[in-house]
Design a protein around this ligand. Structure first.
Ligand SMILES: Nc1ncnc2c1ncn2[C@@H]1O[C@H](COP(=O)(O)OP(=O)(O)OP(=O)(O)O)[C@@H](O)[C@H]1O
Ligand SMILES: [Mg+2]
Length: 320
């Protein structure tokens, strides 16, 4: 088997809800798969099945060729998992917790201690290292949980929303550590609500909705699918909308979209810089006052919006 993580026709039912509805995945060794999807799409269910915490109703999955249902113990030896599952001991210190995980994975005392110290430093927990975890804040626990998934340098790592609730600096630190593990050859499956995170880390992306994969590809492929660059012009005076629309129509590759309320006209273009220069020239000749003009590439947020009907951040704060 070539892929480090493989799944075929995974189905998980909760009463009449299809949490997973025939999901196929293949993550080649040494790559990162980003699993995106709105709340309730089935991301956590997928991670739990692949990490042996939950049995599928049908379908099969394997990690490095080892079946997750038939050989869960073997699978657990080669995976690291983070996302509110890790059993941190409240009464042990951060350092002790990580050392304990290292020992569970047979790292040896010296190595476990060194790994723990290193990760605590990378996740900005050195000062809190000697304190019991019960005194940790939410963000500190989150970081310790992530460190726990990385202590033993497992070849396959599952991270379920690894940086949700982390401040921007901790998030960058996290990306750094993850990137390093992947460069060393680890395979990673991560779920995230942050499109930027998927853009930064994922080689391939699967967008999940209602238990089904509704799109797959690299970030660039997904962006290309919803169209290339757009020329956007925002006007000072609404009365100019008609004139601007006809100028942009001649420069674009499709019909312009007019947002009267925002006094904005947008049109898909090829060769964005050329179209931009030409638009500026013509609009200037027509003496039209601009509030803003620019070429915009679609973001993963645009992709997500188009595919699922709402942005990832719309979901934030929704009850889970
Ligand atoms: N233990 C359970 N009992 C009943 N329904 C469940 C259970 N776990 C999950 N579900 C349902 O399965 C679906 C998928 O849930 P899942 O937690 O996998 O989604 P998710 O993509 O991780 O969502 P989120 O972005 O909110 O974390 C949801 O409709 C959820 O309500
Ligand atoms: Mg989830």
């Amino acid at each position: 088997m070539s892929a480090a993580i493989e799944a075929e026709g995974l189905v998980k039912l909760y009463h009449d809800i299809h949490a997973l509805d025939g999901l196929d995945l293949a993550v080649p060794e040494g790559t990162v798969l980003g699993l995106l999807g709105p709340n309730g799409a089935g991301k956590t269910t997928c991670v739990r099945i692949l990490s042996t915490l939950l049995k599928p109703d049908s379908g099969r999955a394997s990690i490095a060729g080892i079946d997750v249902v038939r050989h869960p113990q073997q699978v657990r030896q080669i995976i690291g998992l983070s996302g509110q599952y890790a059993a941190v001991d409240e009464y042990l210190t951060g350092q002790e917790n990580l050392e304990m995980i290292g020992r569970l994975y047979h790292l040896g005392r010296t190595e476990s201690r060194a790994r723990a110290r290193d990760l605590l430093e990378r996740f900005d927990l050195t000062e809190a290292a000697g304190r019991p975890v019960k005194t940790y804040s939410g963000g500190m626990r989150r970081r310790l949980d992530l460190a726990g998934a990385l202590v033993a340098r497992p070849p396959v790592i599952f991270l379920d929303e690894p940086t949700t609730g982390l401040d921007p600096r901790s998030r960058l630190g996290m990306w750094d550590v993850i990137g390093e593990r992947v460069r060393q050859g680890a395979t990673l499956l991560l779920t995230t609500q942050y499109m930027e995170e998927a853009d930064q880390l994922a080689d391939d992306i699967v967008v999940l909705d209602r238990g089904k994969a509704i799109a797959r590809g690299t970030s660039d492929e997904l962006k290309a699918r919803i169209g290339g660059e757009r020329l956007e012009v925002t006007l000072v005076d609404r009365a100019d909308l008609g004139a601007v629309t006809s100028i942009l129509k001649a420069l674009g590759t499709a019909e312009p979209v007019v947002d009267t309320e925002a006094r904005r006209v947008a049109v898909p273009v090829s060769g964005g810089v050329r179209a931009l220069t030409e638009a500026v020239r013509q609009l200037d000749t027509a003496e039209i006052q601009l509030a803003d003009i620019g070429v915009r590439r679609p973001t993963l947020d645009d992709v997500f919006l188009q595919l699922t009907g709402h942005t990832a951040s719309d979901d934030e704060g929704m009850t889970k």
